[in-house]
Design a protein around this ligand. Structure first.
Ligand code: IMJ
Length: 261
């Protein structure tokens, strides 16, 4: 962190949703915030992920490690109550959560079921609204920042991304409406649209390696991105350098999104 030197996040509190393992984009964001002096809280979904998340969280002296299924209002209420009891306020909310049924991430989008559509929208888009609402009273007046993760399939057709593309479009629109509502509370809301990275969310995706190779061939920079790049941008967005940026979707994709053919 050359420009963000020193401890820009000293005394700041960050809640991070969506760390699955050490390759997660959310984990890189956590490390950047930790390096800058922030105190961290993490959530996990289920026992399997708890075993992954707990050691990572402990390695950065996390003050809260709590279960949270974002589809469950009661679990969300309990999580934010815990943050309030422990910290009294919050500066940063990192939302790096998405889910669609595996069978909806291959084949034809037209075959998406009502249930599959609802599920993808609920977990991948509405969860930002649900967490922002609960974060708002804790973040009010602190120049805080909410950061979520998106992907280019929100704007243009990426084969197999299907219902996730629709959910990410809803997520990016939600970022704008939330930025408007929360702006009066001095809370900024932005999305990072990241190029493909081999994380758990990409595991088992058909032809993912081909996609990474294509990104290397076709992007202006001829390089795939890393989780580290996402962590750096999130740190920028949380820092005073991003003070007047809100409602944006920012690309970290080696320039992929500017290409026509
Ligand atoms: C996911 C599917 C299809 C194409 C894809 C991806 N490309 C990229 C991803 C090109 C980069 C990864 N991505 C950006 C995602 O948002 C992934 C979300 C996701 C992944 C899974 C896999 C396992 C599962 N459900 C999922 N739900 C969402 O069961």
């Amino acid at each position: 962190m050359a420009i963000l030197s020193g401890k820009p996040f000293e005394g700041k509190k960050a809640l991070i949703l969506g760390v699955a393992n050490e390759r997660s984009l959310a984990w890189s964001i956590a490390q950047h915030l930790h390096e800058g002096g922030a105190q961290l809280a993490f959530t996990y979904l289920g026992d399997a992920l708890e075993r992954r998340v707990r050691p990572l969280a402990e390695s950065v002296q996390a003050e809260i490690i709590a279960p949270c299924n974002v589809a469950d209002d009661q679990q969300l209420d309990a999580l934010f109550q815990q943050v309030k009891d422990r910290w009294g306020h919050l500066d940063y909310l990192i939302h790096s959560v998405a889910f669609a049924n595996k069978e909806d991430l291959e084949g034809r989008f037209v075959n998406t079921s009502r249930e599959g559509f609802k599920m993808a929208m609920d977990i991948s888009a509405y969860s930002l609204v649900a967490t922002a609402k609960r974060a708002e009273p804790l973040m009010e007046g602190r120049n805080g920042s909410i950061v979520t993760l998106s992907y280019y399939g929100a704007e243009k057709v990426v084969p197999n991304y299907n219902v996730m593309g629709v959910a990410k479009a809803a997520l990016e629109a939600s970022v704008r409406y939330l930025a408007y509502d929360l702006g009066t509370k001095k809370i900024r809301v932005n999305a990072i649209s990241a190029g493909p990275v081999k994380t758990l969310a990409a595991a088992g995706i058909r032809d993912f390696r081909t996609m990474l190779a294509a990104a290397e061939q076709k992007t202006p920079l001829h390089e795939t991105i890393s989780a580290e790049d996402v962590g750096a941008l999130a740190a920028f967005l949380c820092s005073p350098l991003g003070k007047h940026m809100t409602g944006c979707t920012l690309y970290v994709d080696s320039g992929a999104h500017i290409m026509g053919a």
